[in-house]
Design a protein around this ligand. Structure first.
Ligand code: BG6
Length: 484
């Protein structure tokens, strides 16, 4: 199948850090359909050769299981083309039209990896230039807007040009292998479904912790913050994958209908819950792996008095028959104690203890997203003992490491999602109404913070965030998984 993939923002950070390596991996794995072109679009005046060289020079800095040899990179680079454009200049779209008219293809993908402020302009100009054939697909990177109103405005404007089945709103967490495995675990096995409910589950914890700070994205992050950057999208999508009902089939809309119901069932905020159940933090100076790192307020592009949050912890519930009363805790932050993304399902303890010391132990299912990718089931067992009649149980773990089981060269999130776009599979992309509901739910938090002069609580870089996050969960009688 022939395709042209146009990469708006082709010289930007996302292109060289994530998208090009993902396309290269697909090429290396032989899954990128042959006969494709990847057309980088940027403002710099570059020839195709110069563009290839620029991407190549950065390949040393990206995460790849194995570095390409010069010959292997050259074979991949032969797919790369370049078009110089200022996206706000309508006349420049003629250059893209000319490039696309060089040949007939089955599919054209327009990947808009630019600042969201340009999404509408790009889509409108593509329509004016006659570049939406009806078969064209458009990929939009997050964040799609910065609040409910701007999200709606973007989706409406894009929706005037492209139909919903042409629009691929990316949330790369949905492409992570562990998330695919969460769907497989829940809907491919009969074992867990009867237990997957309030009668058996005490609480659920979703943690996305990063060691990295804001890197060179200070100016972007300053107007975004952790709530918009991570909670509104990645964390809520994980919550949906855990909380949703089994879909009637594996088609995109069946899955998205169920996720939408979860988002609509999230407990509405009240002044009390906003005050008690949402903690925002910001990293102060500290150390990561023994290396001193600066405070967020001292990062480039950041206001020295900034109130932008780099950490959020919150408690919510899904108000329906399956989940009523079960707390879902979400926690995410930069410059935390480790790079650690995991979902912990804490089951209720046994109703009656007949062994010594059993009261302390509850079963736990841990879905590790990164750095490890796998599943752990925490059980108790009778350990070896020399003492007669010993009834002491010990915690044991069933551990499924997907890298060991399926090989560490597995398909990464962006690789998987890019192939899905080229093949036209929408299952792992977010529908406009899901995004709308997610924004509707976070909006009261944004409004609450606007009026909160106290600002975020500071935490030292390299810790697990402000102590208020532990106090919040302790109020329910629980603790974060690394604290228990
Ligand atoms: C992005 C955020 O969506 O996800 C970044 O904008 C964050 O701030 C990144 O660092 C985390 O992704 P991953 O795959 O490294 O967990």
């Amino acid at each position: 199948m022939s395709f042209d993939l146009v990469l708006f923002g082709g010289t930007g950070d996302l292109a060289w850090r994530k998208l090009m390596p993902a396309l290269f991996q697909a090429f290396r794995h032989g899954t990128l359909p042959s006969g494709g072109r990847i057309i980088g679009v940027g403002r710099d005046d570059l020839s195709a050769e110069q563009y290839r060289a620029r991407i190549g020079s950065r390949f040393d800095q990206v995460e790849l299981a194995k570095r390409p040899s010069p010959q292997e990179f050259a074979r991949f680079a032969a797919l790369l083309e370049y078009v110089r454009m200022d996206l706000s200049h309508p006349a420049d779209y003629a250059r893209l039209t000319a490039k696309l008219q060089e040949r007939q293809t089955d599919t054209v993908v327009m990947y808009v990896a630019t600042a969201p402020a340009l999404f509408t302009t790009v889509c409108e100009q593509l329509a004016v230039a006659g570049l939406n054939t009806g078969q064209t697909r458009v990929v939009l990177e997050k964040p799609l807007g910065h609040n409910l109103a701007s999200n709606r405005a973007i989706n409406e404007a894009v929706g005037h040009v492209f139909s919903e089945k042409q629009i691929f709103r990316i949330d790369h967490y949905l492409g992570k292998p562990a998330v695919q495995n969460l769907f497989a675990l829940r809907f491919g096995n009969a074992l867990f479904e009867p237990l997957w409910r309030r009668e058996h589950i005490a609480n659920i914890q979703i943690t996305i912790a990063e060691e990295l700070g804001v890197e060179n994205r200070g100016a972007f992050y300053e107007t975004t913050g952790a709530l918009r950057d991570m909670v509104q999208n990645h964390a809520l999508q994980l919550l949906c994958a855990i909380g949703m009902e089994p879909p009637i089939n594996a088609h995109a809309d069946a899955i998205r209908d169920e996720k939408l119901k979860v988002l609509r069932s999230l407990k509405p905020w009240t002044p009390e819950s906003l005050a008690q159940d949402v903690i925002r933090g910001q990293y102060a100076a500290g150390s990561i792996a023994g290396v001193a790192v600066p405070a967020y307020r001292d990062e480039g592009g950041v206001n020295p008095q900034s109130h932008t949050e780099t950490f959020v912890a919150l408690r919510t519930e899904i108000s329906n028959w399956r989940w009523a009363g079960v707390p879902f805790y979400i926690r995410t932050g930069k410059r935390l104690a480790g790079r650690d993304a995991r979902i912990v399902i804490n089951f209720r303890p046994t109703p009656h203890a007949i062994f010594n010391s059993q009261m302390d132990v509850s079963n736990q299912l841990v879905i590790n997203l990164q750095p490890k990718d796998g599943l752990e089931l925490h059980l108790v067992a009778q350990g070896q003992s020399n003492r007669r009649n010993s009834q002491t149980l010990s915690p044991v773990q069933l551990d499924l490491d997907f890298d060991k089981r399926f090989g560490s060269e597995r398909v990464g999130a962006y690789e998987r999602l890019l192939l899905d776009v080229i093949d036209g599979r929408l299952n792992l992309f977010v529908r406009a109404d899901e995004q709308f509901e997610a924004w509707r739910w976070v909006e009261p938090i944004i409004e609450h913070w606007k009026n909160d002069v106290q600002g975020p609580r500071l935490y030292a870089a390299g810790t697990w965030g402000p102590s208020a996050a532990s106090a919040m969960i302790a109020r329910d009688g629980y603790c974060w998984s690394e604290e228990c």
